[in-house]
Each structure stands twice: as C-alpha cells, then as structure tokens.
Design a protein around this ligand. Sequence first.
Ligand code: HEC
Length: 150
Amino acid sequence: MDRKSPNRTLKAVALSTCVISGFATASLAEDVVKTRQASMDQIRMGAATLVPMIKGDAEFDAQVADLALRMTYAGAMAFEGKFPEGSTSRGANPAIWENKADFDAKVLDFIADAEAAVALKPMDLEALKAAYQPLLKDCAACHKAYRIKN
Ligand code: HEC
C-alpha cells in the first residue's frame, strides 16, 4: 500500500480545518452571517471527504474519516446560535425566524447526530455509512425547510 497518499490527504484536511476555523473565529464578533456560512462550508468539506468514500469513489481511510467527522461536529457546534432576529441573508430562508423553535431543534439534532458519529469511530465502510447517513438526512431536511440555494 502507498502509505504517503492518505497522509497527504489528512494533512490537507487538517490544514483546511485550521484555515476555516481561524476565519470563523475572526469574524465571530463582526459578522454572524459569515460565521455561520463558514461553519456550513466546513461541514460541506466534511461531506466532500465522506460522500466519495461512502460511494466507493475514494478508498476508505479510518483516520481521514474520523477527522472529517470531527470537522463536521465542530462545524455544527459553531453553527448553533448564529441566527439572531434580523440576521437575514440570501441563503437563509425567512421561515427560520417564523419557526425558530423547530429550526433550533433541528440544529441540536444535527449536533447530537454528529457527536454520535464521532463517538462511533467507524473502522470500516459499513460503520461509516451507519454513522454518516443520519447526518446526510439532517442536511436534506433542514435545507428543504430553511435554506435558499442561490
Ligand atoms: C439545522 C439546519 C441545517 C443543517 C442540519 C444543515 N444545514 Fe447547511 N445550511 C443551513 C442554512 C440555514 C444555510 C444558509 C445560511 C446562510 O446563508 O445564512 C446553510 C448553508 C449551507 C451551505 C452554503 C454555505 C455558504 O457558504 O453560504 C452549505 C455548503 C451547506 N449548508 C452544507 C450542508 C451540509 C453538507 C449539511 C449536512 C452534512 C448541512 N449543510 C446541514 C442549514 C442547515
């Protein structure tokens, strides 16, 4: 097995995590919209690593999967509480503020599912599917109700 390539992937993912989290922290005070969008971008990067593995387009790698799940969990936690009244954006459906309790519950479910996925520590593809598929359902359900895709 070529031992170099998974390590390179891991480094690239780890580096991107630092860059994105740094950006999220810097904009926290100034711009809640940018922060939540950066959190979602971090979550998207997790998906960009995990979905090809699940589809069989990328080789399963337990270490990389673990890192991608942790990134997703961190992104989900950073996303929470970033929708104060009036913080509208092109991507956020105004329905969020009309159904705030339901939206907040969906965010908390997503965090709980991400935490559970990390705790599962999937060591093979079947375990990764079981861990990640609930999260993919969460993306779809929340986006359908609350995201405007531009
Ligand atoms: C609880 C609700 C919720 C869940 C769960 C959720 N999202 Fe989102 N997502 C949103 C909302 C709301 C926006 C729009 C935010 C804005 O533009 O202000 C968004 C925006 C995005 C964006 C665009 C970010 C940008 O730069 O503008 C991406 C990419 C994204 N989500 C990916 C995902 C993926 C992948 C998942 C699942 C692994 C996921 N989301 C789960 C609510 C959710």
